[in-house]
Design a protein around this ligand. Structure first.
Ligand SMILES: NC(=O)c1ccc[n+]([C@@H]2O[C@H](COP(=O)([O-])OP(=O)(O)OC[C@H]3O[C@@H](n4cnc5c(N)ncnc54)[C@H](OP(=O)(O)O)[C@@H]3O)[C@@H](O)[C@H]2O)c1
Length: 255
C-alpha cells in the first residue's frame, strides 16, 4: 500500500520570500533555511550592509541570482512599498513575507518618549502592517503566506519593556486580523521566540540565570529552531491560519 505521508507539504523550490532584518542573528538563519529549501530571497537590512552582502554572496554562490539584498529603514513611510516593488522587479513574484526586523530596548515607565514609541512601533508593528498591505496582491496570486516573528512577551508583557511589549501584542493582533481579512488566498501566522539569542546590549548576567531557571528545558533555543518553525508553517502545513506558535522550551508556562 502506498501511503501519502504529508499531503499538504508543498514544493517551494523557485518560490520567493522577503525577510526583513535578515542580515544577522535569527534573520540570517531564516534566510539560510529558506534558501536551502529552494527559495529565492529578498534579504532586507537597515545598517548591517556588510553582513547582508556577505550572506547574499554566500547564498548566491550556491544558486546564482537567487538572493537580492535590499536596504531600507522601516521608519521611512515609503519603505514597505519600495521593498515589495524591488522584490517583484527582481524576481517577478512574492510568496512569503517574513516580518522579522525588530527594535528592542527597555522603556521604564517615567522615561518613555514619543521617539521610543515611534522607533519600537515602526519596526515591530507599523512596517509589518504596511508591508503586508503592499504585498497582498503578489502573495494572493501564489496562495502565499505572511509569517510574523512575534515574541512570547506579546501575551505576558516583559518587565521594563512596556513599549516593545505593546508593539509585539499589536503584532499578534495584526496576525489574527490579517488571517481573517486575507483568506482564502493568503495564510497569516506568527512564530513567538522565547530566549534564543541574548540581546547584544544586555549588561548583567543575573537576569540570564533567572530566565534559564524558568525554562522547563533549562536552555536557550537556537536560531534554527525559529527557522524550522517558519518553514513548517509555510511549507509543511496548509490549514494553520491565524495562530502564533511559541518556540520557547516551555517558558510561557513559567514566565
Ligand atoms: N533574540 C531572541 O532571543 C528573541 C526573543 C524573542 C523574540 N525575538 C524576535 O525575533 C526576531 C529576531 O530577533 P533577533 O534578536 O535576531 O533581532 P535583532 O538582532 O534584535 O534585530 C534584527 C534586525 O532588525 C533590524 N531593524 C531594527 N530596527 C529596524 C528599522 N527601523 N528598520 C529596519 N530594520 C530594523 C536590524 O537590522 P540592521 O542590523 O541591518 O540595522 C536588526 O539586525 C525579532 O522580531 C525579535 O523581536 C527574538
Amino acid at each position: 500500500m502506498i501511503m501519502q505521508m504529508n499531503p499538504t507539504r508543498q514544493d517551494i523550490k523557485g518560490k520567493v520570500a522577503l525577510i526583513t532584518g535578515a542580515s544577522r542573528r535569527i534573520g540570517a538563519e531564516l534566510a539560510r533555511t529558506l534558501h536551502h529549501a529552494g527559495m529565492g530571497l529578498c534579504l532586507h537590512y537597515r545598517s548591517s550592509r556588510q553582513d547582508a552582502e556577505r550572506l547574499a554572496d554566500e547564498l548566491n554562490e550556491v544558486r546564482q541570482h537567487s538572493v537580492k539584498p535590499v536596504q531600507a529603514d522601516l521608519l521611512a513611510a515609503d519603505a514597505p512599498r519600495n521593498l515589495v516593488d524591488t522584490c517583484i522587479e527582481h524576481f517577478g513574484r512574492l510568496d512569503l513575507l517574513v516580518n522579522n526586523a525588530s527594535a528592542f530596548y527597555p522603556t521604564p515607565v517615567g522615561s518613555i518618549t514619543e521617539k521610543d514609541w515611534d522607533i519600537l512601533l515602526a519596526s515591530n508593528l507599523k512596517a509589518p502592517l504596511f508591508l503586508s498591505q503592499a504585498a497582498v496582491e503578489s502573495l494572493a496570486a501564489h496562495q502565499g503566506s505572511i509569517i510574523n516573528i512575534i515574541d512570547i512577551h506579546a501575551e505576558r508583557p516583559m518587565k521594563n519593556h512596556i513599549v516593545y511589549s505593546i508593539a509585539k501584542s499589536g503584532l499578534l493582533a495584526l496576525t489574527k486580523s490579517l488571517a481573517r481579512e486575507l483568506g482564502p488566498d493568503i495564510r497569516v501566522n506568527g512564530v513567538a521566540p522565547g530566549a534564543i539569542l541574548w540581546p547584544e546590549n544586555a549588561e548583567s548576567e543575573q537576569p540570564r540565570a533567572d530566565i534559564l531557571d524558568r525554562i522547563p528545558l533549562r536552555r536557550c533555543g537556537e536560531p534554527q529552531d525559529i527557522a524550522a518553525a517558519v518553514l513548517f508553517l509555510f511549507r509543511d502545513t496548509g490549514y494553520i491560519n491565524g495562530h502564533m506558535l511559541p518556540v520557547d522550551g516551555g517558558r510561557l508556562l513559567n514566565i
